[in-house]
Design a protein around this ligand. Structure first.
Ligand code: ATP
Length: 497
C-alpha cells in the first residue's frame, strides 16, 4: 500500500485543491504549502533512496574473505610489506603497550590488474576481519552531500557487519580512490570535496581502543593525483607499490591459474613466463583462461603449447578477426611486416619468433619477437635500435610504394614514446633537460629530428635487403606465417647469393 502512497497523494491533492477552489476558498496558500512540502519530500526521498542503494548490495561487496596471501602469485615484496603493516592490527596488545599510533590506512599503488584487490582480500583474511569493498566512482553523484552520506554509511556498515559476525575488525577496500581523493581545487567540485572531507573525518574518527577496529585499504593507479591530506601521517601513511610481476612472479601467477587446468605433458610454464614480459597478473590469468578455451575449441583433452601461444597473441594483440582485405592491401601489409622483421633481425639478430599475415585486434599483420632478457635500463643505442624496428614497417611501404599508409599510426605512437624516454633520460643532443619545461615547438623539433634521422638510417639498411623482401613476400602471402628460424635461414641464403 505504501508503494502507491505517492501516486494516491499526487492524484488526491490536486482534486482536493480544485474542489476547495470551486467552493470559493482561497487555495493559493495551500498550493504553496503543497509545492514546498513536495520539494522537501522529493529531496528527502532522493537522499533516502540513494542511501538505501548505498547500503545495499549494489555498492559494497561484502564477502567473508577466505582468500589468502598464498593464492597471490609474485608480489613478494608487496605481500611482505602488507603483512608487516597488518601485524599492527593483529598484535594489538603489544602495539598498545608501546603506545604506537594505530594504522588507519594503507595505500596500494600500481598498474591495473596487478592484484591490489586480491591483496586487500587476503589482508581481511589475515586479520580475521569482515571485508567490504567499494569503488571510488560509486561515491560520485551530481547531488552535493550524497557521496559524503555514502562514505558515512560505508563505515557504519563495516562496524555493524563486524559486530554481527562477531569480528573485532573490519577491512574496507576502496578501489580507484583517486576518483574521490583527487587534489581539491577549492571551488569547482564541491561534491567531490565533501566526499573527501567525509572520508578524512571518518579516518580521524578511528581510534585505537575502539571496537570493531577499522582498517581502510585504498588502491590507485594514479598516486600522483591524490590530495596530500589523504597521504599525511595518520591517514594513508603506508604506501605499498604493487608493480608488474618479474619473470619469477609471472611463473608463480601462471602456476596458480594453471592449477585447475589440464596441461599437456612437457609444457614448460617457465617459457610462457619468459614470453609474457610486462604482462600484469590479470593478463596472465587471461592467458591461461584463453588457452583453455582454445583447447576446448580443438576438443583437446589438455592445453598444448599452441593453445598457450595463441592465447598470448590474443591477450597482446586481440582476437583473430576475419576481416577481408584486398590482395593489394595484403601485399602492403606483408611488406610492412617484413620491414619490421628484417629490421629486427638486423638490429638484434635472432629476435624474430614469427611473422604473421593474419588480422588480429586492430592490426592486419604482426611480428612476434623472441622473449628477451628482463631489462630495466636502456642505452641510447638500444633505444635507437628499437625506433628503427618500429619504423621498419613505414620505411618498407615508402620503399615499395613511394608513400606510407595509415597502417603505421600505432608504430609512430610507439616511436614517439621512445623519443620521450630518450629526452627525459637526457640521451638526446639537448643533454639533460627538464622535459616538462619544453615548449610544444621544441618537442616537435626534437622528435622530428630524431625520427627523421632514424628513418633515414632504417631505409638505408632495408634498401640493402631488398632481395629478402622479394623472396619472403611470396612465401608470406602464400603461407600467411613465417617462422623465425625459417625467416633467418631465408635471410642468410639471400645475402649469401
Ligand atoms: P585494478 O587496479 O584494475 O582494480 P587490481 O590491481 O585490483 O586491478 P585485481 O582485481 O586484484 O587487480 O586482479 C584481477 C585479476 O587478475 C584477479 O582476479 C586474478 O585473477 C588476477 N591476478 C592479478 N594479479 C594476480 C596475482 N599476483 N596472482 C594471481 N592472480 C592475479
Amino acid at each position: 500500500m505504501r508503494k502507491y502512497g505517492i501516486e494516491v497523494a499526487a492524484g488526491v491533492v490536486p482534486v482536493l485543491l480544485v474542489f476547495l477552489y470551486m467552493l470559493g476558498i482561497n487555495v493559493i496558500p495551500f498550493v504553496f504549502l503543497v509545492v514546498i512540502g513536495g520539494a522537501v519530500f522529493y529531496t528527502a526521498r532522493g537522499r533516502g533512496k540513494l542511501t538505501a542503494v548505498s547500503s545495499g548490495k549494489k555498492r559494497t561487496e561484502v564477502a567473508a574473505s577466505n582468500f589468502t596471501f598464498d593464492q597471490i602469485g609474485g608480489q613478494h615484496r608487496a605481500k611482505q610489506e602488507l603483512i608487516e603493516a597488518l601485524d599492527f592490527l593483529v598484535k594489538r596488545e603489544q602495539i598498545a603497550k608501546l603506545g604506537i599510533r594505530p594504522l588507519k590506512g594503507i595505500l596500494l599503488a600500481g598498474p591495473p590488474g596487478t592484484g591490489k584487490t586480491l591483496l586487500a582480500k587476503a589482508a581481511a583474511q589475515y586479520t580475521d576481519s569482515v571485508y567490504l569493498a567499494a569503488s571510488g566512482s560509486e561515491f560520485v553523484e551530481m547531488y552535493v552531500g550524497v557521496g559524503a552520506g555514502r562514505i558515512r554509511d560505508l563505515f557504519q556498515e563495516a562496524r555493524t557487519k563486524a559486530k554481527k559476525n562477531g569480528k573485532s575488525s573490519a577491512v574496507i577496500f576502496i578501489d580507484e580512490i583517486e576518483v574521490i581523493g583527487g587534489k581539491r581545487d577549492g571551488g569547482q567540485h564541491r561534491e567531490y570535496d565533501q566526499t573527501l572531507n567525509q572520508l578524512l573525518t571518518e579516518m580521524d574518527g578511528i581510534h585505537a581502543n575502539e571496537l570493531p577496529r577499522i582498517l581502510l585499504i585504498a588502491a590507485t593507479n594514479r598516486k600522483e593525483m591524490l590530495d596530500p591530506a589523504l597521504l599525511r601521517p595518520g591517514r594513508f601513511d603506508r604506501h605499498i607499490g604493487v608493480e608488474l610481476p618479474d619473470k619469477k612472479g609471472r611463473l608463480h601467477i601462471l602456476q596458480i591459474h594453471a592449477k585447475n587446468k589440464p596441461l599437456a605433458e612437457g609444457i614448460n610454464l617457465d617459457r610462457i613466463a619468459e614470453q609474457t614480459y610486462q604482462f600484469s597478473g590479470a593478463q596472465l590469468e587471461s592467458v591461461m583462461n584463453e588457452a583453455a578455451i582454445y583447447a576446448m575449441r580443438d576438443s583437446a583433452g589438455a592445453i598444448t603449447v599452441k593453445h598457450l601461444t595463441s592465447a598470448i597473441d590474443k591477450v597482446m594483440l586481440g582476437e583473430e578477426t576475419d576481416r577481408e582485405s584486398t590482395a593489394e592491401e595484403r601485399k602492403r601489409v606483408a611488406l610492412h611486416e617484413l620491414g619490421h622483421a628484417i629490421m629486427a633481425e638486423l638490429v638484434r639478430p635472432g629476435s624474430v619468433s614469427q611473422v604473421a599475415l593474419s588480422p588480429r585486434g586492430g592490426a592486419l599483420g604482426y611480428v612476434r619477437h623472441q622473449p628477451q632478457q628482463e631489462q630495466y635500463l636502456y642505452t641510447k643505442s638500444f633505444l635507437n635500435g628499437q625506433i628503427k624496428i618500429t619504423l621498419g614497417g613505414a620505411a618498407a611501404e615508402e620503399m615499395f610504394y613511394g608513400e606510407r599508409s595509415t597502417g603505421s599510426r600505432g608504430d609512430f605512437e610507439q616511436a614517439v614514446n621512445i623519443v620521450k624516454m630518450l629526452v627525459e633520460s637526457g640521451l638526446t643532443e639537448m643533454g639533460i633537460v627538464d622535459a616538462s619545461m619544453m615548449t610544444p615547438d621544441k618537442w616537435a623539433e626534437v622528435s622530428n629530428g630524431t625520427l627523421n634521422e632514424q628513418m633515414a638510417e632504417t631505409k638505408e639498411m632495408l634498401e640493402k635487403s631488398r632481395a629478402v623482401f622479394e623472396h619472403a613476400l611470396d612465401i608470406l602471402l602464400r603461407e600467411e606465417t613465417l617462422d623465425g628460424s625459417e625467416f633467418r635461414e631465408l635471410m642468410r641464403q639471400v645475402s649469401a647469393a
